[in-house]
Write a protein that binds this ligand. Structure first.
Ligand code: NDP
Length: 282
């Protein structure tokens, strides 16, 4: 590992790194010289992330794997305390873990059960708030960076299929802005990335079978009003943006912003999805 790698000497904690965007992010940081704490509840998938990091030639003592539930305060304490114990500091916190849940009765919109609201807010918002509180002291010492993973579901478009998920992400965007201004006085930067559709375990975690997920992505990719770019995003596309926002040399003057990476999805309005001239001619 070259000592000139851009994150050499940095310690990074990536939540939700047992899968998807978090896994790609942890691997990228490790490849670029960082020591990484990886985490998730699923011990097997977490081990898979660790093995991928080791396969890339990273020394084992650069990786700390902690299987725990981030929705609990004990889990969060474990993450911070064990990271400090092993690596002695924390430079970069990536609040990436997140999920959406379907209502047992498949209700959407106003009727979606409020227990779903509680579960979603707990992992997508509350855990970000409390983990950032617990990390603050170390981030201030390191003059570090926080990168939150939001979503284009935050709006301004409506998201009636999963309103509480969308609300959790719009609240997260406001948290990013507000905390960025609070922490920059201590030299800590906070920013976020808002992905569009990305090929991860997210839908499977919601209970979508693999074949249905393939059908879903095929549809999105073949409809330019869904993804103008024409293909779904890959976890590494988002990992590169997270690394950019955590790299003070490249992004030092960006404070409290979210970078949208969605293949153009949010730029398309419904009324532009059809060729009006053809419709008016018929
Ligand atoms: P994945 O399901 O692939 O990964 C989610 C990660 O979060 C997993 O590592 C999972 O670990 C972890 N996680 C979820 N709940 C908990 C919990 N209670 N405790 C600890 N870890 C938890 O999905 P993505 O990679 O897609 O999701 C990453 C982020 O990206 C999320 O915040 C999501 O909202 C956001 N996003 C994703 C989009 C997409 O299209 N994929 C689009 C926009 C935003 P484990 O299961 O092992 O606990």
């Amino acid at each position: 590992m070259s000592t000139t790698a851009r994150f050499s000497g940095k310690v990074v904690l990536v939540t939700g790194s047992s899968n998807g965007i978090g896994r790609a992010t942890a691997i990228l940081f490790a490849q670029e010289g960082a020591k990484v704490t990886i985490t998730g509840r699923n011990a097997q998938r977490l081990e898979d992330t660790k093995q991928e990091i080791l396969k890339a030639g990273i020394p084992e003592d650069h990786v700390l794997a902690i299987a725990t539930d981030l929705a609990t305060e004990e889990g969060q304490d474990k993450l911070i305390n064990e990271t400090i114990q092993k690596f002695g500091k924390l430079d970069i916190l990536v609040n990436n873990a997140g999920a959406a849940f379907n209502d047992d009765e498949a209700k959407t919109g106003v009727d979606q059960n409020v227990s779903i609201y509680d579960k979603i807010m707990q992992i997508n918002l509350r855990s970000v708030v409390t983990l950032t509180q617990k990390a603050k002291k170390y981030l201030v010492e390191a003059k570090g960076e926080v990168v939150n993973v939001s979503s284009i579901a935050a709006g301004p478009q409506a998201y009636p299929a999963l309103p509480y998920y969308a609300m959790s992400k719009s609240a997260l965007n406001q948290y990013t802005r507000s905390v960025a201004i609070d922490l920059i006085q201590h030299g800590v930067r906070v920013n976020s990335v808002s992905p569009g559709a990305v090929a991860t375990g997210f839908r499977q975690a919601m209970g979508m079978p693999v074949e249905t997920y393939e059908k879903y992505t095929q549809f999105l990719q073949s409809h330019k009003e869904c993804i103008p770019y024409g293909s779904i995003g890959q976890p590494i596309d988002i990992a590169h943006i997270i690394a950019f926002l955590a790299d003070r040399k490249l992004s030092s003057y960006i404070i409290g912003q979210t970078i949208v990476a969605d293949g153009g999805s949010t730029l398309v309005m419904g009324m532009q999805a059809h060729n009006m001239m053809d419709i008016l001619k018929s």
